[in-house]
Design a protein around this ligand. Structure first.
Ligand code: F6R
Length: 593
């Protein structure tokens, strides 16, 4: 997720903008840039770090300007794709956070009207739209431009020889920092805390005209007053947006991540060349990944089996690399959040050499995996700072649902009802997040133990694996995920009062079998926490404690169950005083085999 900043006042804008951008580095970014206005607009931007931009930038004179750190979503990290973006005249500069859903249509139309585009970004349509509508009244032009846009945005606009900045937001955060005869704008509070602790939070639909020392905010053309807040956080607190850890912040970002990742699908944007798969008449599929991404692959396997009704193998990339079988003609999907995991890359090269069709699902635009693949589908989770993967896993699931629903061979009515459910998932995930008190109580209880089993069945077996992985990596409790039916084939020997079991009881064709497994576990004396759908009264009588999750179509149950288990792992680790965001011995990107 990108960061944006703006400054207007009596001081030189350039050093202030660069300092503000430096304070946003924690969010992760692949390129950055600034634009400063005086009699014209001067920009300096590149796919480099902020420190390098500071060194490389010539002196840009002017007391108003905008800046941006970019996390690529449309187009690779490069100088031309870095923000700010300009119109044809070079007099209008825009920085933008968010996603313009209908940018392709707008770009086509603007191109046919004579506008020349230089980047691959969705953002570039904004300065061109403003240019199209600009007849001397900047506010009106921006209002008209935003009226054409579908999607989410926080933008700051600066125009040559107009001593004002205009900021607007829809579904993306934006704040104005009030100084003494100067104003600051930022997507995130840490950017401006060196200069002011007085902040106004813009609301969705707000358009604000900011001059040095005056702020006017309009909502649907009517002037509105917004309260001023005093920020008491430190820069570090502010970077976590008030959450104690990045992991918790990222867990809470998931409703938005689901929406952002599904944007392309909802707007009908082709995710991969569907013809490639259809024409190939694929009869089987291979899904490869490591760690948490492998658990997404295992959920994907169930989705493929149910929706496409073709055989599918999900393999650990590290194991697959040592299989000796022939691969010719395979359609393979590789899932890798970072796009840099050595085992996944090795598997990709092997598949490529064997002439396989290779699709990669990754969160990092321009990553090595995306360069090797025939086709890349980007998840839109934004940068994940916590080493333990949470929101990137969720985004991977969304792509898998969306991709497989696009190819589905199931009847139209079921597909329509699944589509409706898919769109409801952000709300359902929000409901899980609001059940934190109950999960916290279970976490307190769990934190006293050293061994825990997670059991699931069907599409929730991978969720048991993921729940165990999350718990062990952040709380250092020994945890194992098991297929519930397998516990009796060995692990029963470990059950007893010191080994709690977490059972995922989804309302699908595995439910009755899971009840039997729960009874078996209870008979062996293990404390039992169940994850169950709201309204499930049977579970309440069997389990020692129940975490309820909202009702969803069973195929989507991994979504709500995973969020509950992420929170359980987080709070257990917190109770044990662990280093949650940076667990011992682990790295975010595993670039060795
Ligand atoms: C666990 C975790 C790791 C990664 C694994 C693969 O929380 O983050 O298990 O999932 O290292 O990484 P990517 O998806 O980058 O290939």
């Amino acid at each position: 997720m990108c960061g944006i900043v703006g400054y207007i006042g009596s001081k030189q804008a350039q050093p202030i903008l660069l300092n503000c951008l430096g304070k946003l580095e924690y969010r992760g970014y692949d390129s950055c840039g600034i634009a400063v206005s005086s009699s014209g607009i001067e920009t300096c931007k590149d796919a480099i770090r902020v420190a390098a931009l500071k060194k490389a930038a010539p002196r840009l004179g002017g007391t108003a300007g905008v800046g941006h750190t970019r996390w690529a979503t449309h187009g690779k990290p490069s100088q031309v794709n870095a923000h700010p973006h300009l119109d044809c005249t070079g007099n209008i500069a825009v920085v933008h956070n968010g996603i313009i859903d209908n940018f392709q249509r707008l770009k086509q139309q603007l191109t046919s009207e004579g506008h020349k585009f230089v980047s691959e970004t969705d953002t570039e349509v904004i300065p061109h739209l403003i240019e199209k509508y600009y007849d001397g009244n900047l506010e009106k032009a921006i209002e008209a431009a935003l009226g054409d846009i579908e999607g989410s945005y926080a933008i700051i606009v600066v125009v040559a020889s107009e001593s004002k900045l205009i900021a607007a937001r829809e579904d993306n955060p934006l704040k104005i920092g009030i100084g003494d005869g100067e104003d600051f704008i930022a997507s995130d509070v840490p950017a401006i805390l060196d200069y002011t602790d007085r902040v106004i939070y813009l609301e969705d639909g707000d358009i604000s005209v900011i001059t040095a020392g005056s702020i006017k905010i309009k909502q649907h053309g009517t002037e509105v007053a917004r309260e001023e807040h005093k920020i008491s956080w430190t820069v570090e607190d502010a970077q976590k947006a008030g959450y104690e850890h990045f992991m918790l912040k990222e867990i809470h970002e998931q409703p938005k991540v689901i929406r952002d990742t599904l944007v392309g699908w909802v707007s009908g944007e082709p995710i991969v060349d569907l013809a490639m798969m259809r024409d190939a008449g694929i009869e089987a599929m291979l899904v490869l990944a490591c760690g948490t991404s492998y658990h997404a692959a295992l959920v994907g396997k169930h989705i493929v089996q149910e929706l496409l009704r073709i055989p599918v193998r999900a393999e650990l990339a590290s194991e697959f690399n040592y299989y000796g079988h022939t691969l010719a003609g395979t359609t393979a999907i590789v899932i890798t959040q970072s796009g840099e995991t050595a085992d996944a890359l090795k598997a990709m090269k092997r598949l490529k050499e064997a002439g396989c069709q290779l699709i990669v699902i990754t969160n990092v635009v321009g990553s090595t995996a995306s360069r090797i693949a025939d086709q890349t589908i980007y998840t839109r989770a934004g940068p994940e700072i916590s080493v333990a993967a949470t929101k990137s896993f969720m985004a991977q699931l969304m792509v898998l649902y969306w991709l497989m629903m696009s190819y589905s061979k199931i009847e139209a009515r079921r597909l329509a009802s699944m589509t409706m459910e898919l769109r409801q998932l952000p709300v359902k995930v929000q409901q899980v997040l609001e059940n934190e008190d109950k999960i916290l109580a279970c976490a307190r209880y769990l934190s006293r133990y050293e061994d825990v089993f997670f059991m699931g069945r069907g599409v929730n077996y991978p969720v048991a694996l993921e729940g165990a992985l999350k718990l062990k990596e952040v709380s250092y409790i020994h945890a194992e995920g098991y297929a519930a039916g397998e516990l009796k084939h060995g692990p029963f020997a470990l059950l007893g009062g010191n080994t709690p079991v977490i059972a995922i009881a989804a309302q699908d064709n595995t439910y009755e079998a899971m009840l039997t497994n729960i009874r078996e576990v209870k008979a062996r004396g293990s404390p039992l926490i169940a994850l169950a759908e709201e309204g499930d009264e049977v579970i309440g009588e069997l389990a020692d404690s129940v975490i309820t999750v909202p009702k969803v179509d069973a195929i989507f149950s991994p979504v709500v169950n995973t969020v509950a288990l992420q929170l359980l792992a987080y709070y257990t680790a917190k109770e044990r005083g662990c280093s949650i965001d940076f667990p011992r011995n682990l790295a975010k990107s595993v670039t060795v085999e």
